[in-house]
Design a protein around this ligand. Structure first.
Ligand code: F0G
Length: 411
């Protein structure tokens, strides 16, 4: 592929809507012709990718480096390679025996965002940018702060005031980001940070950044490698809709490379109070209608105007998938079930994917014979306050055996 200067590169940035292409060296987030999002388009035919090379390397984001845009030594904290657990008890209970959870909470900062940030922050350096920024419901800011620290560059993060889980704010602060709390919701903070980046040259690392999504697509690659084949369905919690779009994009590349022979049904789960993608799918709308006042206990996905909605609707529709909403009670019940019946600690947004599978299985949408992978996106410790509120406090006793035995009700 040649860019305007005739330089050969292995990829370009292409508009999802009008197809206009841009040089990979341009700092650009949306199409100058039509304003829609861009994606990284590889010249797959000219890449030298061999399955055996991937198989030889440890499971991680960088196992798949030929399908990533980074050409410098990456900024890495050893992200990816997360466990894929079979949900034996929950799967049996809801009638989907081949139910799996890919635990993205096991990444360096406790969420899947690290996959995006290792690529995104590396690209910032590759493109010569010296300050990075994002708006965030929490996890993106924690991850960006850590990767910026590793890269040795400053980070600015905008958070919706009072609506970010404690663990995530703690991470962003401790990793040394400049943390700004905006009196407004995530959607407003995202508009503000976009304006800031465009006017002052900071490098924007929200999921509107096509390079960040390249890292996140490796969730799907790993799940296939771990399962030894393509699952029938991949289920993800949806907020800004970047992750579901990223996984779909990556799998389409594997299909084009003939590494797989079909795509899983991409299925998105949203919280009832923040579900514009679900309504668009249900009502067959060409685009989402933003929600002005999104609300849910799962603050990670408390988003009314998902910027990647166009890509996500395509992912769901092209693969015969679906979208479903779950209530806060359903989310919390599944968070407890995962913790107490499977030993898997996740934050509320993550439990939404499994809660959604339960609902879709009960409705007969998911067939009992399907092999289903749920992406559980963030660790339990991200939001300790929501955990503590659901649990009985510890029993405090005097420091003697008698008190211990009576607390344990043994004689
Ligand atoms: N799960 C968790 C734990 C998240 O933090 C997010 C998004 C999602 C799911 C949804 O992913 O936006 O790609 O659809 N968190 C972003 C943030 C918005 O700022 O941390 P998505």
């Amino acid at each position: 592929m040649c860019d305007e200067d005739g330089i050969i590169s292995m990829y370009r940035l292409t508009c999802v809507h009008c197809g206009r292409s841009y040089s990979p060296d341009e700092i650009i987030y949306t199409c100058r012709s039509c304003g829609h999002l861009l994606f990284v388009e590889y010249d797959l035919g000219s890449l030298h990718i061999r399955r055996e090379d991937w198989d030889r390397r440890p499971l991680s984001v960088w196992r798949y480096r030929e399908l990533l845009p980074v050409t410098i030594p990456p900024v890495t904290l050893q992200e990816g390679g997360t466990p894929l657990y079979r949900l034996e008890r929950i799967g049996e209970e809801i009638g989907i025996p081949n139910l799996y959870a890919k635990h993205e909470g096991m990444n360096p900062t406790g969420s899947f965002k690290d996959r995006g940030m290792t690529v995104g922050v590396s690209m910032a350096l590759q493109l010569g940018k010296s300050t990075v920024a994002c708006a965030s419901t929490g996890n993106t800011s924690a991850s960006l702060a850590a990767y910026a620290a590793k890269a040795g560059i400053p980070a600015v993060v905008l958070l919706p005031a009072g609506k970010v889980a404690l663990g995530k704010v703690a991470q962003a602060l401790m990793h040394g980001a400049n943390v700004i709390s905006v009196r407004g919701n995530f959607d407003t903070a995202l508009e503000m940070v976009q304006d800031l980046c465009i006017s002052h040259g900071l490098y924007l690392l929200n999921s509107i950044n096509p390079f960040r999504l390249e890292g996140q697509k490796t969730i799907g690659f790993e799940a296939i490698d771990q399962l030894g084949g393509v699952p029938d369905r991949i289920v993800l919690p949806v907020g800004n809709a970047g992750n579901i779009s990223a996984v779909h994009k990556g799998l389409r590349e594997l299909l084009a490379l003939e590494f797989i022979d079909r795509l899983p049904m991409m299925t998105g789960i949203q919280a009832e109070g923040s579900s514009p993608v679900v309504r668009a799918i249900r009502d067959g709308l060409p685009e989402v209608i933003p929600e002005q006042r999104p609300e849910t206990i799962a603050t990670a996905i408390r988003i009314g105007a998902p910027v990647n909605a166009e890509k996500a609707l395509t992912a769901i529709r092209q693969t015969g998938g679906t979208a479903e909403q779950v209530t806060d009670d359903e989310i919390l019940a599944m968070q407890r079930a995962l913790a107490q019946r499977e030993g898997i600690g996740v934050e509320p947004a993550s439990a939404a994917s499994v809660a959604g599978v339960k609902k879709l299985a009960e409705a007969g949408v998911i067939d009992p014979g399907e092999r289903v992978v749920c992406v559980v996106t963030g660790h339990l410790l991200k939001d300790p306050e929501t955990v503590i509120r659901q649990c009985k406090p510890p029993t405090e006793i005097n420091a003697d055996l008698h008190s211990l035995l009576s607390a344990l009700q043994c004689s």
